[in-house]
Design a protein around this ligand. Sequence first.
Ligand SMILES: Cc1ncc(COP(=O)(O)O)c(C=O)c1O
Length: 281
Amino acid sequence: MDWALLRSDATYDVIKIIDGRFFRLDDHLARLRRGSERLRMEIAESWPEVRSILAECVERSALETCVAYAIIARGVPPLGMDRDPRRARNRLYAMAVPVPWIIRPDDEDRSLAVSIGCKRRINPVSVDPTIKNFHWMDFVVSLLDAYDHGADTTILLDCDGNVTEGPGFNVFALKGDVLVTPDRGVLEGITRKTVMEIARELAIECCEVTVSTDDLRRASEIIGTSTAGGILPIGSLDGVMVGDGRPGRLTRVIRAKYTEWQHSPKYTVAASEAVGPRSEY
Ligand SMILES: Cc1ncc(COP(=O)(O)O)c(C=O)c1O
């Protein structure tokens, strides 16, 4: 009877663990915390405890490379079918599971075939996409349609016909020399943030702007970014090749830097170190 199941009333986050180390764990926890506060949810566990529980899930799973989920659910109201969300006891669900690879790390030349979604992304006026949520029916129906057309995944437009995001990933397009990514109507992905930081470090111009369907169709490179999938080269759009259809030069440069950062102590923490209380909180 949890409202997370009955009403998609939950927020969540997914964190990547590579070789036993969390990538940008505190950025993910900060996003989760912001989302849960905006949904007026409060769990019994403190934030240092959430961090420690996630690390314990990873340790118990014995998976060196995996993804950890933290779901904050509205929970169950005390009296069965009570309709007042304020009366539900909010709950934390945590788990560590194998990585649902989209492209395996050793498959460096692979790129994805994408189709534009048959559904438009849910309007941000109704559901705030910056709170990571389970309102995925638009994604799921578009994904089924993409599979019917032989594509690997889908990118959804908003109600004005501009680019938003895909099921579980943000989108970047190379327009001339400038990397552009939608400035609104999307989750502020941690991988998206990382790519913007990499662009700054490599002196690649990168802007958050309105990205039209034409921008996407004319782009010389298109990249999807996600925690689970990493840097995802997109090789075709609605059956038309992007560039030569293979991962582009800039995509490869960004992917190499991203892989480097994923192993850097600056951005990672060992699961074994994250278990237990943390004084800075
Ligand atoms: C709708 C949506 N957009 C974008 C992303 C990518 O965000 P991140 O890079 O934080 O994984 C996700 C991740 O699951 C997502 O669900």
